[in-house]
Unconditional design. Sequence first.
Length: 468
Amino acid sequence: MFIENNLEEDFSIEQAAQEAFMSMSNFYRMFMSIAGFTVKEYIRRRRLSKAYEDLRSQKDLRVLDAAVKYGYTSADAFTRSFREEFGINPSELQKSRNEAESCSKEKNPKGLRRINIMDEYFELQDKKLLEEYPDIKLLKKLEPMKTACFKYFGKDCEQHAFEEMKKWIDANGILFNKKDDNGQSAYRIFGFNNPDPSNPEGDETYGYEVCITIDDELYRTLQDAPYYGLHESYPSVMRKTLNGGMFAVVSIKRESGVDLGYNIMRGWQRFNKWMELSKYIWGGQQYLEEHLDFSDEGEHVGGVDLYMPIQEAPQKQASLRPVPLVVKPLRTAFIRVTGDDSEKAAVEAWEKIIGFAKKHNLKSEETRIFMYGSGFAKTPPFFHEILITLPEGFTFTDDEIKEKEFAGGLYRTVKTDQRNQYNVWAAMEQWAKETKTKAGRHQWAAEWHLEGWSFPAKEITVLYPVQE
């Protein structure tokens, strides 16, 4: 709307991006995707189209007046651009006002259609929400992206992750600040905590992962990244596909004298407040921080776009009465299977963990079984991880099944069955939102209750992590 309402005025593209509450990078990228050309070219062509409409409809309008009205400093420059766009001089259009006659001479009599980037890319929000949170946009669909990634686990993790990624991109001839032919960033750089600290204000050690979009050829040369949550750095730069989906997006600007990390934290807090008033719940795919604008030396000098994964809450919710439960840390054996087919990955994981249990004569009635996976993600790769508790003193060696501690924590639980598990998870998200229950940062899971290691499960307990 800003561009359309100001075609007769002198304004900058930065102003248009600010009015849309978008970063310059996102503004450029989305315009290019929709229109097939840059924002600057769009404005130029829209002004010519408006001039065309004025000259055809206003009998006394002079060519020079139309030129000045739409930002041209001379009638000659305006005439050249006009003829290139429509295949006819503006003076000829004035002489031939008969629409049939003029259209027969024109290459493009209708000119360039108006483009509304908000309609094309973003969902409409509730009016009250839009007034209170005009900076938060609902991105209809972010496409999956193939990336090279590196995670550093330890102190100053974000700094070290970027330093290692910088070494790799230098070795591969990649520049953080490289521009394409249209002046847009040739690469997109994302980051996120991996794993998240359970207490952001504490001194707990955690990891940060940096990802940069790459082409298929380079992607094929890398190894798959380990699963999310390992408390260790990657051995080298690896590969990962960032799942797409629906996101709420907000742009965080770098301000003089203000710590960027502080503004990022406030941005995530703002998302949480927005979520409470909206019709959306957590979407399940990876949240993202897109780092914008880098210097020639690879230093991050711009702002950050925050992407919160969302989905619409179910229309009807079951009446829930979640029961509190504390799960103490448990020693477990586990298997994780990843693949493009979620169902096949789940079946494979179950076959391997049950085969392990039977091989070692573990008793199902004395064993607790936990499972979690990709959540609400709708695009591959999908993963499923299954953990079974181990008897005291039990030791084993296996090529695929490994040992780790299930940290446990405070949960709210609901009992269900396999067929309704997905709906119960969605209902739990809505319940937490309506009751203003704050989700915990410890692992969500479903506890499966099997009889004799056979299916179907007698019952499934959904474990929703909450803060104490």
